[in-house]
Write a protein that binds this ligand. Structure first.
Ligand code: GLU
Length: 292
């Protein structure tokens, strides 16, 4: 049996905090305990928010925690043509269409609809895309693209689901409502998700499933905030013919007010805790992961 493969996949758009420490340490400890491999992947496709100093801080903070990972580190920004290829393939398969509305226009359409009835929201609380762009003719799409209009490339969720049928994933951890074991995927809750944009050839959902498959990741261990994203990941794995890893979502580290930590809160940033004299073992205790 080949060894299990774990990965920690942060985005360099801020400094790592205690929540990241929990994820990274869990992955590393599981790899150690099972004779598995530990990978680090830098998810830096959002060039407007990612910065080299944040990436360097990731390496410094993880090394300080005593975590070791394989080289080379995969940086998503170096593989954009690969993601673009997948988008083109889904487009050829008739599963992706360009949608031209701005966020404000979508909000206006949704507000109008909400005058008469409630409008569905995705698990992150955003209103589902009303699907207007799905009905544009090929001519209209081409005319808008030729005129230089910005657009998002959206997955035709109904069509994708009709082709793939119901799927599930193996959850070795727990979802926010205690979901565990064989969890049914419900990608329809997300509506026509964005998989790429005019100027960005990919999205979190698309690159994460492509990279997990390409890197042979067998176990995805990450925070519960990404539990429902797995709905979309399972669907994309089937559409692209990729293998499915096992998932383990862990509870988030919360602040005193019971809120999810944010990359902008300095008090829980690993580099600030380190500068304040905290030891890596204390971090382990704080995030509930015993040493060794
Ligand atoms: N890059 C994502 C984040 O920083 C995590 C991706 C994943 O673990 O699937 O939240």
């Amino acid at each position: 049996m080949p060894p299990p493969v774990f990965r920690f996949a942060p985005s360099p758009n801020g400094f790592l905090h205690l929540g990241h420490a929990r994820s990274a340490l869990l992955n590393f400890d599981l790899a150690q305990r099972t004779g598995g491999r530990m990978l680090l992947r830098i998810e830096d496709i959002d060039t407007t928010r990612c910065r080299p100093e944040y990436e360097q801080a990731i390496y410094d903070d993880l090394a300080w925690l005593g975590i070791a990972w394989e080289q080379p580190v995969r940086r998503q920004s170096e593989h954009l043509p690969l993601y673009r290829e997948a988008v083109e393939r889904l487009m050829r398969d008739g599963l992706i269409y360009p949608a031209f509305e701005t966020r404000a226009e979508i909000a206006r359409v949704v507000a109008e609809k909400e005058k008469s009835a409630s409008w569905p929201r995705d698990p992150d609380g955003a209103p589902l895309y009303p699907g207007t762009g799905r009905h544009l003719s090929a001519d209209e799409r081409e005319r808008k693209i030729a005129a230089g209009a910005p657009y998002a490339l959206r997955l035709d969720m109904a069509e994708a689901m009709a082709r793939i049928g119901p799927r599930s994933w193996i959850e070795e951890g727990q979802g926010p409502d205690g979901e565990t074991g064989d969890v049914p995927a419900r990608p329809e809750q997300w509506g026509d998700v964005i998989l790429a944009r005019k100027d960005t050839p990919t999205s979190y959902h698309l690159s994460v499933v492509i990279d997990d498959a390409l890197q042979g990741v067998t176990h995805v261990v990450r925070g519960q905030d990404l539990f429902r994203a797995t709905d979309v990941h399972r669907l994309l794995q089937e559409l692209l013919g990729l293998p499915q890893p096992v998932y383990r979502h862990h509870a988030l580290v919360l602040d005193e007010a019971g809120q999810k930590l944010s990359k902008s809160t300095r008090s829980t940033a690993l580099r600030d805790l380190r500068a304040g004299g905290m030891a890596p073992d204390q971090v382990r205790r704080l995030v509930g992961i015993a040493s060794g």
